[in-house]
Design a protein around this ligand. Structure first.
Ligand code: 5RP
Length: 224
């Protein structure tokens, strides 16, 4: 069974005609976007707002009409993957490097839905390296400040070069092991000059579509 496909396709049930839809990035939400492409071919009218250039390209190929924040005030539903999900539906995101646009779009959405295969479910966040987006200027100093919060750090590389996000920034992959207080860490990291944002998404996900005990399950945040 392909859990990514099942959870990804399930999420389209939350998309209705006329909606503005935040389109996430990664190999799970890929299936959501593929399915939306099919539905658009069959007459569904939506406007997508992509979280990355990679997703924008895919949506264009599938004929999904796109919009930007110049035209849309609010997103009806945003759908995206995650690298880790804890029992309170807090997340680590940014494995694919798109965390900043993903967070802007999730924060603009009335409903934020996460699609995650069972491997992503953890008791405590932190085994997956937490991505932190930093501006290139003075990043050596920014790294020193991040180190003071604990954890080992690595500047992300791709094809032998320093990885650049769609926003022209660097990603520091940081290992904090067990993140006992995600809300505090999210805020404290973002107070460091040079940090643009980090991959902790605390209290943002409204629903997580995942597999528990081999069953497709939708977990709803308790105050939703
Ligand atoms: C990209 C992300 C992805 O949503 C996250 O890395 C999960 O990806 P995948 O669905 O491929 O496992 O945050 O920045």
């Amino acid at each position: 069974m392909n859990e990514k496909k099942e959870v990804g396709e399930k999420a389209v049930e939350y998309v209705k005609d006329g909606m503005v839809v935040g389109l996430g990035t990664g190999s799970t939400v890929f299936y959501t976007i593929m399915k939306l492409g099919q539905l658009v071919q069959q007459g569904l009218t939506i406007k997508g707002v992509p979280t990355s250039e990679q997703t924008e390209q895919l949506a264009i190929e599938l004929g999904i009409p796109l919009g930007s924040f110049e035209e849309v005030e609010q997103i009806d539903v945003a759908i995206d993957g995650a690298d880790e999900v804890d029992p309170e539906l807090n997340l680590i995101k940014g494995g694919g490097g798109a965390l900043l646009r993903e967070k802007i779009i999730a924060a603009a959405a009335k409903t934020f839905i996460v699609v995650a295969d069972s491997d992503k479910n953890v008791d405590t966040l932190g085994t997956f390296p937490l991505p932190i987006e930093v501006v290139p200027f003075g990043y050596e100093m920014t790294v020193k400040h991040i180190k003071e919060l604990g954890g080992s750090l690595k500047l992300r590389q791709k094809d032998g070069k320093t990885y650049l996000t769609d926003n022209g920034n660097y990603i520091i992959d940081s290992s904090f092991q067990e993140i006992m207080h995600p809300r505090e860490l999210e805020k404290n990291l973002n107070l460091i000059p040079g940090v643009v944002d980090n991959g902790l998404f605390v209290g943002m996900a409204d629903r997580v579509i995942t597999f528990k005990d081999k069953k497709l399950t939708t977990i709803v945040r308790s105050n939703v």
